[in-house]
Write a protein that binds this ligand. Structure first.
Ligand SMILES: Cc1ncc(COP(=O)(O)O)c(C=O)c1O
Length: 394
């Protein structure tokens, strides 16, 4: 039985999978079972923030695994407390953190905090959460309902929870707020929706308005967080102070972890929320190592340099291949090329894989780049060389 047959027989077929069998990774280079190398411009959809086989991360994981992998959340967990402090200090916000295992779970936590806030802080319960069209917030029944893409709300999984509505633009949010609205949930750069950043001024204006109205601003930083946009959080870059922020993807460097942080530290009390695995020794040891690696790079200016280098390469491609791309989009190391058609996007992604380059799709027609924050200049050069080989034949 081939690997593909085994997968098809025993794994539920919820993904339209590629069957390249990667067996090793080093930095931003992946190797398949035949030893062929691939430049990784995807980092597991923004997860391998410090690349593959990072020494500090793998050592931290191995050391932790030798001692304790898991003890329940009924006991204090030292690396969890350390990671919480590190995240809070890096963010610059006075917040408390709950650890989960994924982005969707982090957003579930955010929605629970918002709903309890809506129950306890107002005379009559507020529970409605406004999100934006083209957003993506996860795949659980609630977070899929929070996702502003009708195609995700298939009747197969109905009924969905009440209390979510979707607006076309930030401007529309103002008029959508009613006396049952408790929160607005947004990504600052819509990732899955097409790598679309919002204007700083319009986000700052919204944040000020929500604060005046006593409505919570929840920023989903599952994809934008952990230095992806150049700052620790995109909220730092946008210079806003959200009420609730969610993180996941890059935080564990590949070890599953999610986090919801809020300045409303008194809302959840014992018994309100929980997770068997969330914030265990292994995932938080990984999170500590990831943040140590990335903070050092941030402090030396290395992240800024990488970001600039990657941007210049991308801009160069966008201007020289106007026949294929409308424009270049995104922020930091969360980038995209808006292709002139969905067919061009599909063809580029398929041919890139054959050429030894992993890139992603986003939205209807965007070719997406989410490289590791630690990617080297050589790997960026090589990746774009391969990319150009692909697009020059289209
Ligand atoms: C902005 C955003 N929120 C939430 C999620 C869901 O995260 P997870 O797949 O870890 O549940 C994603 C995943 O792509 C995301 O990009």
């Amino acid at each position: 039985m081939t690997l593909e047959q085994q997968d098809k027989q025993y794994v539920l077929q919820t993904y339209a999978r590629d069957y390249t069998n990667f067996v090793k990774g080093l930095g931003s280079t992946l190797y398949d079972e035949d030893g062929k190398d691939y430049i990784d411009f995807a980092s597991g959809i923004g997860v391998n923030s410090v690349g593959h086989g990072n020494e500090k991360l793998t050592e931290a994981i191995c050391e932790q695994a030798k001692n304790i992998i898991h003890i329940s959340n009924l006991q204090v967990i030292e690396p969890q407390a350390k990671l919480a402090q590190k995240i809070v200090e890096l963010s610059g916000y006075n917040m408390g953190i709950f650890f989960a295992n994924s982005g969707a779970e982090a957003n579930e936590g955010a929605i629970k905090i918002a709903r309890k806030y809506g129950e306890t802080k107002f005379n009559h319960k507020r529970y409605k959460v406004i999100t934006l069209e083209h957003s993506f917030h996860g795949r659980t029944i609630t977070t899929v309902k929070a996702t502003g893409q009708e195609s995700f709300h298939t009747p197969h999984f109905s009924p969905y929870p009440d209390g979510f509505s979707y607006e076309k633009s930030i401007e529309d949010v103002y008029t959508a707020i009613d006396n049952e609205t408790v929160a607005v949930l947004i990504e600052l750069v819509q990732g899955e929706g097409g790598v679309q950043p919002f204007e700083k001024a319009e986000i700052q204006k919204l944040a000020t308005h929500l604060k005046q109205e006593g409505i919570l601003l929840i920023v989903d930083e599952v994809q934008t967080g952990v230095f992806r946009t150049g700052e620790f959080l995109a909220s730092n870059l946008y210079e806003i102070e959200p009420d609730i922020i969610t993180l996941a993807k890059g935080l564990g460097g590949g070890v599953p972890i999610g986090a919801v942080m809020t300045k409303h530290k008194d809302i959840l009390s014992a018994g309100d929320h929980g997770s068997t695995f969330g914030g265990n020794y292994l995932s938080t040891a990984a999170g500590n190592a990831v943040l140590d690696v990335l903070k050092e790079m941030y402090d030396t200016g290395a992240i800024g340099e990488t970001l600039l280098y990657f941007s210049q390469k991308l801009e160069d491609i966008a201007t020289r291949y106007e026949n294929l791309f409308e424009k270049e989009v995104g922020l930091g190391l969360m980038r995209g090329l808006r292709a002139k058609s969905a067919e061009i996007q599909t063809e580029i992604i398929k041919r890139s894989m054959a050429e030894g380059l992993v890139v992603l799709k986003a939205g209807r027609n965007t070719v997406r780049f989410l490289p590791s924050i630690t990617i080297s200049k050589n790997e960026i050069d090589e990746g774009f060389k391969r990319f150009e080989t692909v697009i020059s034949t289209l």
